[in-house]
Design a protein around this ligand. Structure first.
Ligand code: AP5
Length: 186
């Protein structure tokens, strides 16, 4: 079965962690705009230089930058049989651009899975992780950016009947099982 899914959720909700479990279970690639952007920053290329200030501040990188990256990545051969989008889309223009692209490829999304976790648990998880953008002020700003710019996608995907919410707290394998159950649902 081909799977084309979006893992949706606040920063630190476990998108990357659960994406890796889905990669193992289904053999399809994880496509993380955060990872792609961090690789560009590390490479010091023009795209990375454009993205760095926004990432350091916990703001979203410009839509046209991430849409361009996703366009290229979804056209790669390994994405033909399915994919797990992790951290994209994060704004309405990104969601609309994704729909247009997938429509042109005749590969529509199956599900958008929201990993729901309380904000205070998220702050504790990210402080413990300690990535470059995991300082308390930046984490709280990322959470506000999620509320402001990314939450509207819930209604967008509910209208398409693709949106499901999964409790994102607890044991990793239990959360994975909840996601798999949603993927099997008709
Ligand atoms: P990105 O890399 O996507 O970061 P994020 O959304 O802030 O997500 P995180 O990686 O912090 O969290 P996650 O949900 O993947 O959780 P994880 O599994 O790592 O984006 C970084 C930046 O890039 C953005 O701020 C923005 O500037 C830019 N960007 C990226 N995409 C963009 C886009 N589409 N548009 C514009 N800008 C974009 O888990 C977090 C921690 O919790 C880990 O330590 C993990 O071990 C732990 N953990 C996971 N699950 C559990 C659990 N069940 N119990 C306890 N701990 C857990």
């Amino acid at each position: 079965m081909q799977l084309r899914i979006v893992l949706f959720g606040a920063p630190g909700s476990g998108k990357g962690t659960q994406a890796k479990k889905l990669v193992e279970a289904h053999g399809i690639p994880q496509i993380s705009t955060g990872d792609l952007l961090r690789a560009a920053v590390a490479a010091g290329n023009e795209l990375g230089n454009r993205a760095k200030a926004a990432m350091d501040a916990g703001e979203l990188v410009a839509d046209e930058v991430v849409i361009g990256m996703i366009h290229e990545r979804l056209n790669a051969p390994d994405a033909v049989d399915g994919f797990i989008l992790d951290g994209f889309p994060r704004s309405l223009p990104q969601a609309r651009a994704l729909d247009e692209l997938l429509e042109s490829l005749e590969r529509p999304l199956h599900r958008v899975i929201h990993l729901e976790v309380e904000n205070e648990e998220i702050v504790q998880r990210l402080l413990a992780r300690g990535r470059a953008d995991d300082h308390e002020d930046t984490i709280r700003n990322r959470l506000q950016v999620f509320d402001r710019q990314t939450q509207p996608l819930i209604e967008y995907y509910q209208q398409q009947n693709k949106f499901v919410a999964v409790a994102g707290s607890g044991e990793l394998d239990q959360i994975h099982a909840r996601i798999e159950a949603e993927l099997l649902a008709p």
